[in-house]
Design a protein. Structure first.
Length: 132
């Protein structure tokens, strides 16, 4: 039994990219779908596909690499808030990842969005992870 599905999601992507895999399959949930959409919109993954084959469904993610050096597009994927220690942030104290070069994925009342969108919408929430 997995007690932290978000940490499992991040670990599967981190391990697949460090192993140089092209695709990774992850059990689906609404939060994971929103996080995958954000990673795609920000250019950290090539493509993704939701499949409802099983009861829960599966997210298939095509990882992105530099064509010449084969360096993964995702350098670091770090969990910020966890079940034992939740990290919340207001819109004015929202963390900036690598001085704006990376993103923080935040769960807000407006849905799962990036830190930049949260500042623009003036909402705070739970900081899920940092990506750069």
């Amino acid at each position: 039994m997995n007690t932290d599905p978000i940490a499992d999601y991040l670990t599967r992507i981190r391990n697949a990219s460090s192993a140089g895999l092209k695709m990774v399959e992850i059990p689906a949930s609404n939060t994971k779908k929103a996080m995958t959409q954000i990673l795609f919109d920000q250019g950290y993954i090539l493509n993704y596909k939701f499949e409802d084959d099983s009861k829960q469904g599966v997210i298939k993610i095509a990882l992105k690499y530099n064509q010449s050096t084969r360096v993964p597009a995702i350098t670091k994927l770090q969990r910020a808030s966890r079940p034992g220690l939740r990290k919340y942030s207001g819109s004015e104290t929202m963390p900036r990842v690598l001085n704006g070069l990376g993103i923080a994925i935040v769960s807000t009342s407006k849905g799962v969005i990036t830190d930049k969108e949260a500042r623009k919408l003036n909402v705070g929430g739970e900081v899920i992870c940092y990506v750069y």
